[in-house]
Design a binder for this molecule. Structure first.
Ligand code: HEC
Length: 492
């Protein structure tokens, strides 16, 4: 009788030792019962763990007390072997449904098979004869295989427990670059996944979907894990971003509870979402390589050196950048203006000066007697007009007609017509001067019609109207019409 039982147990031991060889993951569920039975795996797997602890305790006690209940011990061994077999079987079915990382699953299955096998063989040895040495060996083996079986199992479901170990956390990085990452320079040729898409996901999603946390059972830190998906299965549908949960959750409105990343986290920019959608629509491949010159529009923003995964620039930063750009353009133009100066008459050349050593901006003031400078003299400066930022025509002999030469003075900021014969009828020629900040009409015959003749100039801030024919009443109306302009003069 004993022999028969022992033989049966040894056969079972052999069965479990070799069962993993038959396993193939990801097959179609063979029967409608499969998923149902498989779902008991998380329940039954804890039974052999508890029982083995109990039986180990009993075995340990028997070292000191030879009379420890042999019957109870064998019964516990039997229960351990039985529940281990059940959890092996349910786990086997669960694994067949697929959705787990292959390597971990394989390790888990083999360790569990051997564990179960040792349970049965220990029971057989116990029944046959009490060979202390063999039993001692099997106790060690059983402990080792239990650890080997549970570790990959836990990893598959709960992530790596050691990732949270306090002694591994010492180098927590906190700089914004470390928190959000800076896209490294994109090489040429480049791989859209590794060089663009992965760094974005790494910066914005891995904190919750990586080795440390695994929210929704989703990890996105490696290509394989990303394609595997989470609780809802694959979240990327290669070739179809519209059908991809990954994109859907990012595009939900901010106040939707399921929006990803969650509301208080660093959000994806539209450019980032667009490039991920493009990558998915192109098949979500990890092994494509393309030349920078062939890069489609969706990727272009990411080819810019040092593109940061940081918040959008502020208005101030944008203004600074625009100013810097304008300064560079101005300097680049210097050579052209110098060449232009060679083409104009010596008289004109003597009347202009560069605003600084590097700038292409010019200031203009007639050289020589002001009263000799007339409309024709101004016309001679025609070529240079687009580079004038300051023009001082005070006390010259110009008339209204001269101002038509200033129509394309698009950089002009300051214009003085002080003590000339120019009046309000000339002002229409100035209507396109968007940069004009200051206009001086002091001592001119300008009259009340200025109210309707003065164009709205977006940057005009100062207007000199002293010693003109304008009435106090008109000045008041003018001020109401152009509130941002400061009107200066001895007003009557
Ligand atoms: C602050 C943590 C956090 C961040 C950051 C985060 N997520 Fe999540 N994510 C979660 C949580 C929590 C869930 C699970 C929600 C649930 O189970 O109801 C989840 C679930 C998901 C799921 C569903 C997985 C499944 O199959 O159940 C997807 C897809 C997802 N997140 C995508 C993203 C993307 C893309 C990013 C980066 C743009 C991101 N998440 C960033 C916390 C986060």
């Amino acid at each position: 009788m004993k022999r028969a039982l022992a033989t049966l147990y040894l056969l079972l031991a052999a069965l479990f030792a070799f069962a993993p060889l038959l396993f193939e993951a990801g097959e179609e569920a063979s029967s409608p019962w499969t998923p149902f039975i498989a779902s008991f795996h998380p329940l039954v797997l804890h039974l052999p763990i508890g029982l083995v602890a109990a039986v180990l305790a009993l075995e340990f006690a028997s070292i000191f007390n030879k009379h420890a209940e042999t019957g109870a011990r064998n019964f516990l061994w039997f229960l351990t072997a039985l529940t281990a077999s059940l959890s092996f079987a349910t786990g086997y079915l669960l694994g067949e449904e697929g959705g787990y990382e292959k390597e971990l699953l394989n390790d888990h299955l083999w360790a569990a098979g051997i564990f179960t096998s040792i349970c049965w063989s220990t029971l057989a040895v116990n029944i046959l004869k009490k060979n202390g040495f063999i039993r001692f060996l099997s106790l060690i083996a059983i402990t080792a295989t239990l650890v080997l079986a549970s570790h990959p199992g836990g990893l598959m479901v709960h992530g790596d427990p050691f990732a949270n170990a306090p002694w591994l956390a010492e180098e927590e990085e906190t700089s914004p670059e470390a928190q959000y990452g800076i896209l490294p320079l994109v090489p040429d040729p480049f791989n859209p996944y590794t060089d663009v898409v992965h760094p974005i996901i790494d910066a914005k999603c891995v904190s919750c979907h990586g080795p440390k946390k695994k929210k929704g059972k989703l990890r996105v830190d490696t290509y394989e894990a990303l394609m595997l998906g989470g609780d809802f299965g694959p979240c990327i549908e290669p070739g179809d971003s519209y059908e991809s949960l990954f994109v859907e959750l990012m595009e939900l409105p901010m106040d939707d509870e399921e929006h990803m990343p969650p509301e208080d986290e660093h959000q994806m920019t539209q450019e980032e979402i667009d490039v991920i959608k493009w990558w998915i629509d192109e098949g979500a491949k990890a092994d494509v390589v393309m030349a920078r010159a062939e890069a489609p529009a969706a990727i272009l923003p990411f080819l810019v050196t040092g593109y940061r995964l940081l918040p959008e620039p502020t208005e101030e930063e944008l203004a600074e950048a625009a100013e810097e750009e304008a300064r560079k353009a101005d300097e680049a133009n210097r050579g052209n203006v110098e060449a232009l100066l060679e083409t104009v008459s010596a008289e004109v050349r003597d009347s202009v000066q560069f605003m600084s050593l590097t700038s292409s901006k010019l200031r203009f003031k007639p050289n020589g007697k002001a009263e000799d400078f007339d409309n024709d003299a101004l016309e001679a400066t025609k070529e240079l007009v687009p580079n004038f930022v300051r023009i001082d025509l005070s006390d010259t002999a110009i008339s209204n007609n001269a101002l038509k030469h200033l129509k394309n003075a698009e950089r002009l900021e300051i214009l003085s017509l002080r003590n000339t014969e120019v009046d309000e009828d000339a002002l229409e020629h100035l209507e396109d001067l968007e940069n004009l900040e200051s206009l001086n009409l002091y001592g001119t015959p300008t009259g009340d019609d200025i109210l309707k003749e003065l164009p709205t100039l977006p940057n005009l801030r100062t207007l000199y109207l002293g010693e003109t024919k304008i009435s106090t009443e008109t000045i008041a109306k003018l001020q109401t019409k152009h509130p941002e302009v400061e009107i200066i003069g001895d007003l009557r």
